[in-house]
Each structure stands twice: as C-alpha cells, then as structure tokens.
Design a protein around this ligand. Structure first.
Ligand SMILES: C[S@@+](CC[C@H](N)C(=O)[O-])C[C@H]1O[C@@H](n2cnc3c(N)ncnc32)[C@H](O)[C@@H]1O
Length: 500
C-alpha cells in the first residue's frame, strides 16, 4: 500500500479546514488516508504518491481535485446502527416482507455503504428477525474502492463496534485481540460488496423485480441539486412499487423530488414509492396502514409544495401550508411547512417555537436547523443564530448552504473577515451559488478591497446568467428575508459595480 505520512495527512487536514471549513480530527486520519489512497488509485499517472498529490491540490487544478476528494473524506462518518430508529423501522417492516406470497427474496441495497457498518447492521437486523441468508438479496456498494475493500474485510477496531448491542456482538462477531471480525455466518447475508458510483447511468438491479428497500444515507447531501434529483429519479425507477427509501436524518426531499410518499414507520421518516395504480392524495392526509405492516403514518404534501418553488417551471407560488396546532404530532416536512405558514403570517416567534419543538423531539436536522438560525437572525437573537449556524455546520460541514447563510449572518454583524471566509467556503463547495458571490462582494467592500469586490459582483451576474430560470436556487432551509427573484441580485450587483 502507498505510504501516506501523518504529517502529510495533517497538511491535508489543514487544507480542508482552510478551504472548505471541514474539521478532521487526528483520530479520523485513518479515514482521510483511505480517501487519499482511493484518489491515488484513480490518478496513478498524474499523482503517483502522496507528495505529488499534495502538490496537485496546491496547484492550479487544486480546487477541482479537492472537490473529487471531498465525498471520499466523509467515509469515516459512519457507525453501526447509525440512527437507531431507522433500524427499528426496518425491523418493523420485515414481518410484512416475510409474509409475502411465493418465495420472493427480500431485496435490499445499501448505496454508499462506506466501510460496511451499514450493510452489516442491516444483516444483523434481518438475522435477528429469523431471516435466512437465502431469503435475502443484500447488495452493498460505495464509490470508494478502499472503503469497499474494508467493508469486505469486515474487521473493526473495538471503538467502532461500541454501538452494537452486546448480545448481537457476541452472536455475529469474533474477537481478534483488540478488534472484532464479522463471522462468516453474518457475512453470508450480504450477496455482494462492490464499487459503484451513484453519479452514473447504470444502477444495479436485483435478480428479480426492483429493490424493496434502498438505504442511501448521508450520501446525497454532498451532491448538487441537479445530481441529487437525477439520483433520486434513478432510485425511484430502481425500487419496486411500494419500496422504501431510507435517507440520512438531515436529508430531506423537501422541494427536491415529489415521487415518494413521506411515511412514518415506528418513529422514523421514510420515503415510499407509491404502489402501482395508487392515487396520490393532494392534501395533508393520514392514510391507514395496510394490514401486513406495522403502525405506519403516511404524510402527504401537495405536490406543488414539494416542487422547487423557485424554478421557472413553477409559475405560481405553492399553496400556503396550513398553520399547525400546538401539540399535533408532525413529520419533519410538516414542521417546516407549518413554520413557513406561520412566517408568511408574520408570526416569527411562533414559527421559532415550532421549530425548537421539532429539534427537541427529533434531534437535529439540517433544513430545520438552518431555518431556525435564519429566524433567530430575523428576531435579532444573534447569539442564538450564531450557535444554530455553527450547529448546522457541525452536522454537515460540507453544506454550501450552511456556509452561505452563516456568512450572510456574520456580515450582518459587521464581521466582514469571518463572512468572507464562510462565503468563500460556500463558493468552493458550489461555485454557482450566485447569492454567495453577491454577499462576498459586500464583504469585500466591507474589508475595503474594491478589486475583489468587483470580481465578486461580476461573478454574481455570471452565475445568475448560468441559472436558466434566472431565479435564486432552491435551498433546504427557508429564508424569508432573502428575495427569491435572482434579477434583484443582478440589479444590486450592477449598482454596486457602478458605484465602485
Ligand atoms: C458519510 S458516508 C455514509 C455511510 C453510510 N451510508 C452511513 O450513513 O453511515 C458517505 C459515503 O458515501 C460515499 N459516496 C460519496 N459519493 C458517492 C457516489 N457518487 N457514489 C457512491 N457512494 C458515494 C462515500 O464514499 C462514503 O462512503
């Protein structure tokens, strides 16, 4: 294996911190090394070793390469039974699948499986429910070949198995010194572990029909909006009717894709492809659960509310969601919709309370956290806003949106240097972010740097020209105080350029 020295990893971590705002602690250097090795594998001719790779990152094409590296760096962020509620939901769905007629196998795909913790957790859940390996087709894929190799090895240090319930650990793993190895009996539940890039045309299909369940958690958050939509369309196509999509907790299809029904299963929110021939209701609605399934609550939003409201294809604004009652049980999207309805009535405090309640009940999620941060800003609770933005960034350090709105917040607090740094990070992650170019221009002005301010304003106009709809792009969070019309930013950038 190509050596990568600890000092080189430290230099790379410092570069990631400076350019993207991603903080990688030394105890995650092993994952960083895996990511570098995966890139060296691809770049064999141009960067044969870590030294050459670091110079490539520091050179003219450095940004482009850093963008390739980023999704791989996140490989370390995984654990066994990550988001336990989702595994309880899977467990609750299993009897329904087992009761199916014929000898249909249960078909599950773990897409973006990282080093294997997720597919082995799925396998343990199925084994504990009494499924036999032959009753399951379980595929595990990841774009990073080093991660795939680690998943196939199934060998984990003690600290990485601490989330596995003790009785599962003793049933499914063998101790080897300080580490634990997956037993062959558990490995047999996994049909294949292999590389696959989700940003590709061909998606794997099970031997018969479509997938019953696709796990793709904490992967799409790093894709840009068009890629995310494309991937979701392909998942939709790859799933069997009635199949389930498990996304990461902070990944919401809100305003991104409306082909799935948001469904609550035992406290976890899952996306379900509608059964063939079923008619999708158009109003908020709770559908009774089919007899073979556990307690399931279907939450439907009007399709227009899920469509990106800012695209040219949406000529009229989506219907205003209804305000919500204080103690209603709500899905994450409903919380957001309810808060948006309250904001549109000018009830900022009530919207804030609703979202705070959501965080209390469901834990952090990016869209809610960002919307809340913005509301604190509107309510002039600046310390809380700062904490909420930092919380959002701790949750998803690679969210361009979180860097963008934190930057805007810092600028409003006259912290031009911090704002410029955050906005540059946002632009590194998404160079088309016209809003970030515009606010970077304002930060540069505040820093008394007219030359760089001019450049940023010109980039604003350029970026908006590239956006076909001429509108601000859709964000996960909701920002009532930012104009939706991109033309307003072009005009503001033009005025600023004329004045400079
Ligand atoms: C944060 S980990 C999530 C692992 C696991 N799904 C979980 O939630 O614990 C993200 C994984 O997505 C993988 N990934 C990133 N881009 C991908 C792509 N285009 N296709 C497939 N996997 C990808 C990374 O290599 C990494 O292993």
């Amino acid at each position: 294996m190509t050596p990568v020295a600890t000092e080189q990893l430290a230099a790379l971590a410092a570069m990631l911190k400076e350019r993207v705002g991603l903080h990688i602690r030394p105890d995650s250097f092993a994952a960083l090394k895996l990511a570098v090795l995966a890139r060296l594998d691809v770049l064999a001719a141009t960067a044969p070793d870590a030294t050459a790779y670091l110079s490539l990152l520091g050179g003219l094409d450095g940004d482009e390469e850093l963008r390739q590296l980023l999704p791989l760096v996140t490989v370390g962020k995984t654990s066994f039974f990550r988001d336990e509620r989702q595994f309880q939901a899977l467990d609750a769905l299993l009897p329904g699948f087992q009761a199916r007629s014929g000898d249909q196998r249960l078909r599950i795909w773990s897409a973006g499986c990282a080093t294997g913790e997720e597919p082995y957790s799925i396998a343990m859940t199925c084994a504990e429910r009494g499924l036999e390996p032959r009753q399951l087709e379980l595929l595990a894929t990841d774009v990073n070949p080093e991660a795939v190799a680690a998943a196939a090895r199934g060998f984990y240090e003690a600290r990485r198995v601490r989330d596995i319930p003790t009785q599962y650990l003793s049933r499914h793993f063998d101790r080897e010194g300080d580490a634990w190895r997956v037993r062959a009996s558990l490995r047999r539940y996994i049909t294949a572990i292999r590389p696959h890039n989700l940003v590709s045309v061909a998606f794997p299909a099970p031997q018969t029909a479509g997938w019953d369940v696709i796990f793709c958690r904490n992967v799409i958050i790093y894709f840009d909006t068009p890629t995310t939509r494309r991937v979701l369309e392909q998942f939709h196509h790859a799933l069997a009717p009635g199949g389930w999509l498990f996304l990461g907790y902070s990944e919401s299809l809100f305003r991104l894709f409306d082909g799935f029904d948001l469904t609550e299963v035992n406290g976890a929110f899952l996306y379900r492809k509608p059964e063939e021939g079923s008619v999708r209701p158009v109003a908020l609605h709770v559908r009774p659960a089919p007899a073979s399934l556990p307690s399931v609550r279907h939450v439907h939003l009007p399709p227009a509310a899920l469509r990106p409201s800012l695209s040219a294809a949406a000529p009229s604004p989506p219907p205003a969601p209804r305000p919500v009652e204080a103690d209603e049980p709500l899905a994450p999207q409903e919380f957001l919709d309810g808060a948006i309805a309250l904001v549109s009535e000018g009830r900022f405090g009530a919207a804030r309370e609703l979202l705070e309640r959501h965080l209390e009940q469901n834990g952090p999620g990016l869209a809610v956290q960002l919307t809340l941060a913005n509301l604190y800003g509107v309510l002039r609770q600046h310390d809380r806003a700062r904490d909420a933005y930092q919380g959002a960034l701790a949750l998803e350090p690679l969210s361009a949106e979180a860097h963008l709105f934190y930057g805007i917040h810092l600028l409003s607090q006259s912290e031009a240097d911090g704002a410029a740094k955050e906005l540059s990070r946002a632009l590194f992650l998404d160079p088309d972010l016209a809003l970030a170019h515009y606010y970077l221009g304002r930060s540069r002005e505040a820093q008394r740097d007219p030359q760089r301010a001019r450049l940023a304003y010109r980039n604003t106009i350029e970026a908006l020209r590239r956006l076909p709809s001429g509108k601000r792009q859709a964000f996960l969070g909701y920002y009532p105080d930012i104009p939706e019309d991109g033309a307003a930013f072009v005009r503001a950038a033009e005025y600023a350029l004329a004045a400079l």
